[in-house]
Design a protein around this ligand. Structure first.
Ligand code: PMP
Length: 435
């Protein structure tokens, strides 16, 4: 690692060596291990508002936000209160509660394509279940996913997957039977012709196209104009189900997610992260006709002991209630613009060949001379430079995702002075890069 001098992560290092004896790689989710930046992770003690506090007494402005959920900032008062109140009424009943209706209604009102919704416990469960549903609905087996998109760790989706799979440079995972992925077709992101070709080859066999409407697990790759439209058109023409995986983008880039920004109506949408306000939640929802196949209304089986968990519902309700107040997304956009201008100027000042990509409250700095339009280009990014930048930013009190292939998140808790601090740090760290 490149950090030095007074900046000590001694306690984190101690905890990590202990963790490595207990947990594979010392973590419960791979990217947390900081392998993408060639070092060891920072252990977090607590968080508040825009800040994370580590076990060695450092404070960081948090641009990871638990990988997306903490859009209001940490320990947001109304969310904390809602969770405390819910916990005093009981943790879990395995029986229906009013809170599930309330959160369902909040999502349905915010995202018009969603007419009915089923809550699960993670994004992985949401995509896995949505695909089972699409297959049940169409009676077909094949699915199309895009290289560099990550939809969780279900067997059939660990093909050309982004996120940790990209960070570790892993091939498709061992332990996934070939039969499980033989129905998973892949295309490059933003490559409409490739999708057309797949439909031409398998005109009656494709159950669904699943896509991150903004790809945020290979850095940040926006859809090129017309790409999402063509997916809508092709799936409609071939009677396949269009699934938007808005686990990242849902309630992040707009109240109605990327589908609101792009004005496209998918058949099914997957959610996670923000709708649980930092507690474990996922969901899938969409057209009533399709959702009606879900058990017990229909024959497609999917269940969960803790699904619709009262604490998680409470956190989600409080979070979405706050996000539905007027002006929140304009404010996120404004914060994003401040950062974009600052970073762009810093890159120019220091003549750095990199591209700053942003949509709303998501951004990524690619150490890549080319515009990143897909996974092939993303993989050419200079990860060694990213690592230098990452560690230097950490020492300057800015906590970024520890991988070139992840998106940064802006929270409402970031005040203007904090954004300015971030830009100053970025300028210093970019200026200090050794090529
Ligand atoms: N889909 C997308 C777009 C994601 O970004 C993620 C996780 N980052 C998932 C699905 C999986 O969600 P989870 O980690 O909650 O299983």
């Amino acid at each position: 690692t490149s950090h030095s001098g007074a900046f000590s992560l001694a306690r984190s290092q101690e905890l990590f060596s202990e963790a490595q004896q207990l947990l594979p790689g010392g973590v419960n989710s791979p990217v947390r291990a900081f392998r993408g930046v060639g070092g060891e992770p920072v252990f977090i003690e607590r968080a508040n508002g825009a800040y994370l506090h580590d076990v060695d007494g450092h404070r960081y402005l948090d641009y990871v936000q638990s990988w997306g959920p903490m859009i209001l900032g940490h320990t947001y008062p109304s969310v904390v209160e809602a969770v405390i109140n819910a916990s005093q009424r009981g943790f879990s009943f395995g029986a229906p509660t009013e809170a599930e209706n309330v959160l369902a209604r909040l999502v349905i009102e915010s995202v018009p394509s969603v007419e009915m919704i089923r809550f699960v416990n993670s994004g992985t469960e949401a995509t896995m279940s949505a695909l089972r549903l699409a297959r049940a609905y169409t009676g077909r087996d094949k699915i199309i996913k895009f290289s560099g998109c990550y939809h969780g760790h279900a067997d059939m989706l660990l093909v050309q997957a982004g996120s940790g799979v990209a960070t570790m440079g892993l091939p498709d995972s061992p332990g996934v039977p070939a039969q499980t992925t033989q129905n998973t077709l892949t295309a490059e992101y933003n490559d409409t012709a490739a999708v057309e070709q797949l439909f031409a080859t398998y005109p009656d066999d494709i159950a669904a196209v699943i896509v991150e409407p903004i790809a945020a697990n290979m850095g940040l790759v926006p859809p090129t104009p017309g790409f999402l439209e063509s997916l809508r058109e092709l799936t409609e023409r071939h009677h396949a189900v269009l699934i938007f995986d808005e686990v990242m983008t849902g309630f992040r880039v707009a109240l109605g997610g990327m589908q609101e920004r792009a004005q496209i109506t998918p058949d099914l949408t997957c959610f996670g992260k923000i709708i649980g306000g930092g507690l474990p939640v996922g969901a899938y929802g969409g057209r009533r006709e399709i959702m009606s196949l879900v058990a017990p209304l229909g024959p497609m089986y999917q269940a969960g002991t803790l699904s619709g968990n009262p604490l998680a519902m409470a956190a989600g309700i409080a979070t979405l209630t706050e996000l539905r107040k007027p002006g929140q997304y304009q404010e996120l956009e404004r914060k994003g613009q401040v950062l974009e201008e600052g970073f762009t100027k810093a890159l120019q000042d220091h003549h750095i060949q990199a591209s700053f990509v942003r949509i709303g409250a998501m951004f990524c700095l690619y150490f890549n001379a080319e515009p990143v339009v897909n996974y092939t280009v993303a993989k050419h990014s200079d990860t060694a430079r990213f690592a230098q930048y990452f560690w230097n930013m950490l020492e300057h009190g800015i906590y970024l995702p520890p991988s070139q292939f992840e998106s940064c998140f802006i929270s409402l808790a970031l005040e203007d002075a904090m954004l300015e601090e971030t830009i100053r740090a970025a300028s210093t760290c970019l200026g200090a890069l050794i090529s």
